[in-house]
Design a protein around this ligand. Structure first.
Ligand SMILES: [Zn+2]
Ligand SMILES: [Zn+2]
Length: 341
């Protein structure tokens, strides 16, 4: 099968003909239809995340059809939240996210925090992902996807949507919600926030009037540069940009008891800040990975909003072009690789 392969970090992906994978115990063989490109893919390709599998097929926002079902499908271990594993038949549409496998057995897994599993494996990072014609995935971590979305439309929901949603849920019932960095995840989560009646304050790169205008058109009550203070103190802020200095900036904009949620997997160093900005029970936290429950909740709410995705498609072989444009901030939407049949 054709695949885009990372041989070593900081090098372009290589188009290669590699053996089609075989589904092992509990796995689905999936014919990939689309795979959206995530900022994490950039971090992996650019060598900013330690110890990827090498060589690696990146990609963890995968949509495809079940082509083959492995033997001995899992019946357990029981999930801590009591829900069973999803079941799939040949030909079913399936979504494959970042969280690819957990041990089900560590302290974290047993307390409903499988996103923090000590032995977790991640799609397109420690196991091969979806920049290819086929992939295999543990069925327990796959999702059924809402019917209203096409394969291209739904792909960006699988990470930007899911992990964005987990970040959003960490803001509790914040009425005034700030979002720093208005990229893919922010664009999706802003739609839920507005749907749920939050007041949205969007912070962009200073001077980025076009993005600020887009945020206002989506329904933000205020949009400005990340160097500006909002007109009112915020109950919560989510930072989607991988820019450490945004942490003290967001903290400074919080009301008492507010929370700053760092939504990315990688961020530059955070500069020091006065303790007075943290005082009065303000909180800084981060979001790591996702749980299956996050995914199920998100795919339930997404079509009700309905969340709309902005996408720009590229053939599989142009993955390097998509990554370069992403790195340069020159995409008109989430890049989605389409795999010709
Ligand atoms: Zn675990
Ligand atoms: Zn991702």
């Amino acid at each position: 099968m054709r695949a885009m392969v990372l041989n070593e970090p900081k090098r372009p992906l290589e188009v290669r003909d590699v053996p089609k994978p075989k589904p092992g115990r509990g796995q689905l063989l999936v014919r990939v239809s689309t795979c959206a490109v995530c900022r994490t893919d950039l971090h992996v390709v650019d060598g900013e995340l330690p110890d990827p599998k090498l060589p690696l097929i990146p990609g963890h926002q995968i949509v495809g059809q079940v082509e083959e079902i492995g033997e001995e499908m899992w019946e357990g271990p029981e999930r801590p939240d009591g829900r069973g594993a999803p079941t799939f038949g040949i030909g079913d549409r399936v979504g494959i996210p970042w969280l690819g496998w957990t041990d089900g057995n560590c302290t974290y897994c047993r307390s409903g925090r499988e996103n923090l599993c000590d032995n977790a494996r991640f799609t397109g990072f420690t196991i091969d992902g979806g920049y290819a014609e086929f992939t295999v995935a543990d069925a327990r971590y796959c999702f059924h996807l809402p019917e209203r979305y096409s394969d291209v439309e739904v792909a960006p929901l699988l990470c930007a949507g899911l992990i964005g949603y987990r970040s959003y849920r960490k803001t509790g019932d914040a009425r005034r919600l700030g979002i720093y960095g208005f990229g893919n995840a922010a664009h999706l989560i802003a739609q839920i926030a507005i749907y749920e009646g939050r007041e949205l304050f969007v912070f962009t790169r200073p001077g980025d009037k076009a993005t600020q205008q887009a945020a206002r058109e989506l329904g933000a009550v205020w949009a400005g540069g990340s160097d500006e203070m909002p007109p009112e103190k915020l109950d919560a802020a989510i930072i989607f940009a991988s820019v450490g200095p945004l942490v003290p900036a967001a903290l400074h904009a919080l009301a008492k008891g507010g929370v700053v949620v760092c939504g990315g997997i990688h961020m530059s160093d955070i500069p020091s800040f006065p303790y007075a900005d943290l005082w009065e029970e303000r909180v800084i936290t981060s979001v790591a990975n996702l749980t299956r429950r996050d995914g199920e909740e998100f795919f339930e709410i997404a079509p009700r909003v309905p969340i709309r995705t902005l996408t720009q498609t590229f053939p599989l072989e142009e993955a390097n072009i998509a990554l370069d444009r992403f790195r340069a901030g020159k995409l008109g939407g989430t890049a989605v690789l389409t795999i010709a049949k």
